[in-house]
Write a protein that binds this ligand. Structure first.
Ligand code: MN3
Length: 217
């Protein structure tokens, strides 16, 4: 039993010109696979822990054997974050949120541009690798933008379900956008899968957080 690298739900070139095919290939096939492989290696001596979905593994990090706790945090976080990220982007989707999500974005940030500005601000303050997240509360009320270091998952914070996330690591953009992370982040909005982000909020409000998890393993 082992964690698997989920296949990309679109072709490597599907998100061009925002994310180029070579970056997609390396990011998914090499970087994400490295997290999955390292997580599997770390858990090999601990069969009791191998049956948990990666989301559960992170939520129970405090109970994990000390010898593998940091590995689970880093590699399990990397697996969970990337698994979610591939679903949060898509080619040719809507250019902004609709329904309940649109109303909540307008209420909290004034507009979609207000949300984007909050992401830019969070990115500018964030030094080095990490992720930027849009989170809500367990009832799907309120929105907040926050960043975490390295591959830390919002699941570690508990009670802050993720709606949207972007990878601030250089491997996510460097081949095309070089050192211009802010340019990449601005272009990235063109490929956000808004219908899926909206579905995530709807599921939380319906009390169906289980729908947010990825595949079982
Ligand atoms: Mn990455």
């Amino acid at each position: 039993m082992a964690y698997d690298l989920p296949p990309l739900p679109y072709a490597y070139a599907a998100l061009e010109p925002v994310i180029d095919a070579e970056t997609m290939g390396l990011h998914h096939d090499r970087h994400h696979r490295a997290y999955v492989d390292a997580l599997n290696r770390a858990l090999e001596p601990y069969p009791d822990w191998q049956g948990l979905a990666v989301e559960q593994l992170l939520q129970r990090l405090d109970e994990a054997p000390e010898a593998i706790r940091q590995m689970v945090r880093n590699q399990g976080g990397g697996h969970a974050n990337h698994q979610l990220f591939w679903k949060l982007v898509q080619p040719g989707g809507a250019r902004g949120p609709a329904g309940a999500l649109a109303a909540e974005v307008d209420r909290v940030f004034g507009s979609l541009d207000g949300l984007k500005a909050r992401f830019d601000e969070a990115d500018a303050k964030h030094f080095g690798s990490g992720w930027v997240f849009l989170v809500t509360d367990p009832r799907g009320q309120g929105l907040e933008v926050l960043t975490l270091l390295n591959q830390d998952s919002v699941l570690l914070l508990r009670g802050r379900p993720t709606l949207l996330a972007n990878d601030l690591g250089e491997h996510a953009y460097y081949l095309k956008h070089r050192n211009r992370r802010a340019d990449y982040l601005r272009a990235w909005w063109d490929v956000v899968n808004w219908s899926y982000v909206g579905e995530r909020l709807d599921a939380i409000r319906a009390g169906n957080q289980a729908a947010l998890a990825g595949p079982a393993r």
